[in-house]
Design a protein around this ligand. Structure first.
Ligand SMILES: [Zn+2]
Length: 460
């Protein structure tokens, strides 16, 4: 082939896919990977010797510019997508949240306005259903035409986001016909409401009581109920942000009975433990999220489940709040905005804590951070692998670089990282979105690049 047939050739990198790793050069044309092999020539050629070539990271659980608990998550699509790109993530699927009284199309429109021409990486939306009536059930059918193949349902947050069980059943009935996948926040809202009130009334208002109110049993019970509903309708479900070994056990029990459950966890549940709640208010409030951090035994159980494929996806649940926002709950833990940043640190943390520590292989790392999220969000086969006909979303990754995570190095629009001071091995060097450079030698160069809205296909 003539030298100018390709736009770009990346040479000498180790391609790491979810099934196998191998050395090959990657030829890119018009934003797509067109061939893997050797002896390609192009006007632009770069040498990736010593680096891994990973598919762009896909984060299918984020909350950018989300109104929540009388404030907003602090990253918008501009800042959040830049931080994501710096961390090797080239696609995000964010939760478009229905506000009380909104139609689904109104909710989607709001999210399109937040993201259009601002997001530096490709993006899609799940729809968070929070106010369900007959009209909404009818409107669900229009979602797939809008490229939305997944909805979120909350079993927690009483009097706010929660979907009562009777409505959950009605929605499941509709989803079954439409083949839309439900993503479930599994915590028992009544237990949380009861325990929270009791704790606050007894004067137990510090952040640690957030984790007392959100017991692991809340998660396990709620997963059990969701799995039983799933079985009744023979409808697969996706459990978001699994945090506990108790929840994991319930999923395992239902697996054995043939219930189809997909499971996601997040870096915070694989790395941080609940001893962090013993710190003083501002420090402890950084880790107030739902579900909360758990004990070290849950951490090891989640890694094992990831290694054996029981957990499919690692996403971030990126939902940052400045410490000033966390202070809303200084006298009452129930008023601390729930959430923490993480969109920029996912790949490096899972690589360093997972692959480098021998808990998972580098291929499993790509599977849970790239391939499975692409499949479960309806983005496969254009995203999730380094292979011909896939988008040229690529991460050049240095598997040996050692560094220390510090907020001062990160780009998330918030004043802390939950991972401050953690020593990691592995670093993102270059990031390409459909063949265009977002990050080059560790610096963001994608200021003029805007991502595409991704119309996602059905996944069940
Ligand atoms: Zn979330």
């Amino acid at each position: 082939m003539k030298a100018d047939v390709y736009d770009l050739v990346i040479k000498n990198g180790l391609i790491v896919n979810a099934d196998v790793s191998f050395y090959a050069d990657v030829a890119i044309k018009d934003g797509k990977i067109v061939a893997l092999g050797s002896f390609f020539r192009a006007a632009q050629e770069i040498d990736a010797k010593g680096l891994y070539l990973l598919p762009g990271g896909i984060d299918i659980h984020t909350h950018l510019e989300m109104p929540f608990m009388s404030t907003f998550s602090s990253d918008n699509f501009e800042s959040g997508s830049k931080a994501a790109a710096m961390g090797g993530t080239t696609t995000v699927v964010d939760y478009a949240m229905q506000e009380k009284g909104d139609s689904l199309s109104a909710a989607l429109k709001k999210w399109h306005e937040k993201a259009a021409n601002k997001c530096h990486i490709d993006y899609g939306f799940h729809l968070g259903l929070t106010d369900i009536d007959e009209n909404i059930l009818t409107e669900l059918e229009s979602l797939t035409q809008e490229g939305v193949s997944t909805v979120k349902l909350f079993m927690a947050y009483n009097n706010a986001l929660r979907c009562p069980d009777i409505k959950l059943l009605e929605v499941f009935n509709a989803l079954k016909k439409l083949q839309i996948l439900s993503m479930l926040h599994c915590e028992n809202g009544d237990i949380i409401e009861y325990l929270s009130k009791k704790l606050v009334n007894d004067g137990n208002t510090a952040p640690i009581y957030h984790s007392v109110a959100h017991t692991a049993e809340c998660e396990a019970e709620s997963i059990n109920r969701a799995a039983i509903y799933s079985k009744i309708f023979d409808l697969p479900i996706y459990i978001v942000h699994l945090s506990s070994k108790e929840g994991l056990q319930v999923i395992y029990d239902h697996f054995k009975r043939g219930v189809r459950i997909f499971t996601e966890t997040c870096p915070q549940y694989l790395i941080l433990d609940d001893s962090l709640y013993n710190k003083e208010f501002l420090e402890a409030s950084k880790y107030v999220m739902s579900p909360p951090l758990r004990g070290k035994d849950s951490i090891e159980a989640l890694w094992k489940a990831l290694a054996c494929g029981m957990i499919n996806v690692v996403a971030t649940d990126h939902c940052p709040f400045f410490l000033k926002q966390k202070e809303l709950g200084k006298d009452d833990f129930t008023k601390i905005p729930n959430g923490a940043p993480g969109i920029e640190t996912r790949l490096v943390l899972i690589f360093s804590e997972g692959v480098r520590k021998g808990r998972i292989t580098k291929e499993q790392f790509v599977k849970c951070c790239c391939l499975n999220p692409a499949k479960l969000a309806g983005l496969y086969p254009s995203k999730g692998a380094v292979a011909p006909n896939f988008d040229a979303d690529l991460v050049l990754f240095d598997p040996n670089k050692k560094w220390q995570i510090m907020k001062s190095h990160l780009h998330e629009n918030v004043d802390y990282t939950p991972y401050e001071g953690i020593q990691v091995t592995g670093a993102v060097v270059d990031v390409l979105l459909r063949g265009q450079w977002l990050v080059r030698e560790g610096s963001f160069v994608g200021g003029k690049i805007t991502g595409n809205y991704l119309r996602r296909t059905k996944v069940i």
